[in-house]
Design a binder for this molecule. Structure first.
Ligand code: DQA
Length: 137
C-alpha cells in the first residue's frame, strides 16, 4: 500500500513551534517511528509552506496512491484551491490535525478539506497521524 503524509505551512517547525500546543517532537523523528511501526507499508512524507506546491503534490499522487493523510495546517481554514484538489482526485484523503482545532480560535473551526475528506482525526497530538493511518488501513 502506498500512503503519503502531506503537511502544510509551519509544520516544518514542529518541536520548536508553540510546544505547549504542538509538542516537542520534530516531525522527522515521529515519521521515523511511524515508518518503523508500519514497515510493511510504502509510506512517504512531503511538507511545504507553499499552497501551490501542496496542490501539485496532491495532484501528483492523487490517482495512484492508496491514501493521503493531509494536515494542510493554516491552509485548512483558507484554501479553496486545496479543497478543489481533493475533490478532483480519486485517492481517499484523511484530514489530520495535531491540536483540537475546535477548542481553539473560531477561525480554525472552518475547514475546506473536511467536506471532501473520507474522515477526520483531530486533537490527539502527533498520534493523530497514526490513528488516521490505522483508519485508512
Ligand atoms: C494544525 C491546526 C491549524 O489550525 C494550524 O494553523 C496549524 C496546525 C494542527 O495540526 O493542529 O498550523 O493543522
Amino acid at each position: 500500500m502506498k500512503i503519503i503524509i502531506i503537511n502544510g505551512p509551519n509544520l516544518n517547525l514542529l518541536g520548536k513551534r508553540e510546544p505547549e500546543v504542538y509538542g516537542t517532537s520534530t516531525f522527522e523523528d515521529y515519521f521515523k517511528q511511524l515508518k518503523e511501526k508500519h514497515h510493511t507499508l510504502h509510506l512517504d512524507y512531503f511538507q511545504s509552506n507553499i499552497e501551490g506546491e501542496l496542490i501539485n503534490k496532491i495532484q501528483e499522487v492523487g490517482f495512484t496512491y492508496d491514501g493521503i493523510l493531509l494536515n494542510a495546517a493554516a491552509y485548512t481554514h483558507t484554501s479553496v484551491g486545496i479543497g478543489d484538489a481533493i475533490k478532483a482526485i480519486t485517492t481517499p484523503v484523511i484530514e489530520v490535525h495535531i491540536s483540537n482545532t475546535f477548542s481553539r480560535e473560531e477561525y480554525r473551526h472552518q475547514s475546506f478539506i473536511a467536506p471532501n475528506a473520507k474522515g477526520i482525526v483531530i486533537g490527539f497530538g502527533l498520534k493523530s497521524y497514526d490513528l488516521a493511518l490505522q483508519a485508512l488501513l
